[in-house]
Write a protein that binds this ligand. Sequence first.
Ligand SMILES: *[C@@H]1O[C@H](CO)[C@@H](O)[C@H](O)[C@H]1NC(C)=O
Length: 161
Amino acid sequence: MAANKLCCTLAIGALLCLGFAALIQAQDKPVTDVCLGCICEAISGCNQTRYCGGGVCGLFRITWAYWADGGKLTLGNESPQSEDAYANCVNDPYCAANTIQNYMTKFGQDCNGDNAIDCYDFAAIHKLGGYGCKGELSYQYQTQLTNCLNSFQQIDVRSSI
Ligand SMILES: *[C@@H]1O[C@H](CO)[C@@H](O)[C@H](O)[C@H]1NC(C)=O
């Protein structure tokens, strides 16, 4: 009887632990890989050629301020104070993606008022910033994002993008 009870307690503990781990993981990385891929596709055609211009850099077209708000991540042990730290990070797909995850952890919100925080919101925040995400997106950006997400929707349910 006592052994049974202990076993039960342990099992519930393990479940709670797993639940917390999943929650922390989800909070850690709010944006799915499909969503990252579609933002990349919509904003640059996911062109991985090193690029800086018009105040943005990299395949996700990230500004210096966005990178700073995203935690000033750097490649290798480059100092965030280094002149090239921003350009080097956001031109790297992984450093850029982690910058986005950090930025969305900070600024994630329901921009379009549909009572969900999903890729449509993240894409708006990505383009318009954490304080302006209710604004207008260009037709091209919106269309490319939607087409990309729809092409994955056949494999994935909407709630997981
Ligand atoms: C990728 O970007 C580079 C630099 O901006 C450009 O020269 C090149 O044409 C682009 N490639 C594609 C496939 O669009």
